[in-house]
Write a protein that binds this ligand. Structure first.
Ligand code: MN
Length: 287
C-alpha cells in the first residue's frame, strides 16, 4: 500500500502518516521521450519501476510535514479526464426536485447521458485553489471518487476492470450550473481537483464501499457512500472502454452523491474519502 504524491515544485513524495518523504530521484527511471509523446501519463505508465525505486530511496529520504507541503495533482498529464453524470440515485432525485432551476435542463439518467470529458487544463491538486470565473452564476462543489487507469485497453470486461486500475484519489468535479454542455461548464481552469495523493489499488480492495464527505466552512454538505453508485467502478470502466480506448493515466470521476451546493471566493472545502485520505481546498476569485 503506497500513497504517492506530487508536491511543491514537482517533487515526488511517499506519504506515511503525517510525513511526506521526498523520493524525487525515483523519477530518473522514467524514459526520455521525444515528439510525438505517447498519450499516457509517463509516471502512471511506469508506476511499478518508480515505486520500486522510491521504496529503495525511502530510508535515506528527507521528510516534511503533510501540513507544510502544497499538493499538486498526482497525475500530471492525464490523457483523458472522463466523468460520470448523475451516478447516485439520491443526487438524481435532488436534480429532478430542483426542477431544472439550477441545473437548467431535463435530468436524465446515466444510461441516457453516458459519460462526458473534461479538459485536461482543468486539473489541479488539492493544495491549489479553485478559481471562480463567473461569480454571477452558481458554481457547485461535487465530491467524487477518482479512479486512475494504470493499464490501458478497450472493451475491458467487468471482471477484469479492477486489474486496469493504478489507484484512487479524492476528486472535486467543480461545475458552473446552466444550460451549456457539461464539457464546457466543468472544464474551467481548476475545476478538476485530484489528490492529495494516489493510493495504490492494492490498498482499496473494494472501491464500491467507501464513505465520502464534504464540508464547506465547517458545515456539512455531502455525506454518502460509493456503495450507492448507479454504475459502480467496474461498470464505469467496462462502459467507458466500450467508447474510448483507455490509456495509462486516464482519470475517471465516478459521479457525485446528493448534497451539492454553491461555493464562493473565500470558502474552504474540507473533504474525505475512507481509505483514500482527506484534503482541504480553498475557493478564490479568478484572475
Ligand atoms: Mn460530477
Amino acid at each position: 500500500m503506497t500513497r504517492l504524491c506530487r508536491f511543491n515544485d514537482n517533487r515526488l513524495g511517499l506519504v506515511e502518516g503525517d510525513r511526506v518523504f521526498d523520493v524525487t530521484p525515483a523519477l530518473d527511471v522514467l524514459p526520455a521521450v521525444r515528439w510525438p509523446v505517447p498519450a499516457v501519463d509517463l509516471l502512471i505508465a511506469h508506476l511499478a519501476p518508480v515505486l520500486a525505486r522510491a521504496a529503495a530511496l525511502r530510508a535515506g529520504a528527507a521528510s516534511l510535514a503533510v501540513a507544510d507541503v502544497r499538493f499538486l495533482s498526482p497525475v500530471a498529464n492525464p490523457p483523458k479526464v472522463i466523468a460520470a453524470p448523475v451516478n447516485y440515485l439520491k443526487h438524481q432525485a435532488e436534480a429532478i426536485a430542483d426542477g431544472g432551476r439550477n441545473f437548467a435542463r431535463d435530468v436524465k439518467t446515466i444510461e441516457q447521458y453516458g459519460l462526458f470529458l473534461k479538459s485536461s487544463t482543468s486539473v489541479i491538486g488539492t493544495g491549489e485553489a479553485v478559481p471562480i470565473a463567473f461569480p454571477e452564476r452558481r458554481t457547485d462543489h461535487e465530491i467524487e471518487l477518482v479512479v486512475v487507469i494504470g493499464k490501458g485497453g478497450r472493451a475491458i470486461a467487468r471482471d477484469d476492470a479492477l486489474a486496469h486500475v493504478a489507484g484512487y484519489a479524492l476528486g472535486l468535479d467543480i461545475t458552473v450550473r446552466g444550460p451549456e454542455d457539461r464539457s464546457l461548464r466543468k472544464s474551467l481552469d481548476g475545476f478538476s481537483v485530484i489528490g492529495p495523493w494516489l493510493v495504490t489499488a492494492d490498498a482499496v480492495p473494494d472501491p464500491d464501499a467507501l464513505a465520502l464527505r464534504l464540508d464547506v466552512n465547517g458545515a456539512p454538505r455531502q455525506r454518502a457512500n460509493t456503495r450507492d453508485l448507479i454504475f459502480d467502478v467496474r461498470r464505469l470502466i467496462e462502459y467507458a472502454s466500450t467508447f474510448y480506448t483507455l490509456n495509462a493515466g486516464d482519470v475517471l470521476f465516478t459521479g457525485t452523491p446528493e448534497g451539492v451546493g454553491p461555493i464562493a471566493p473565500g470558502d474552504l472545502m474540507r473533504y474525505e474519502i475512507e481509505q483514500i485520505g482527506a484534503a482541504e481546498t480553498r475557493v478564490v476569485a479568478a484572475g
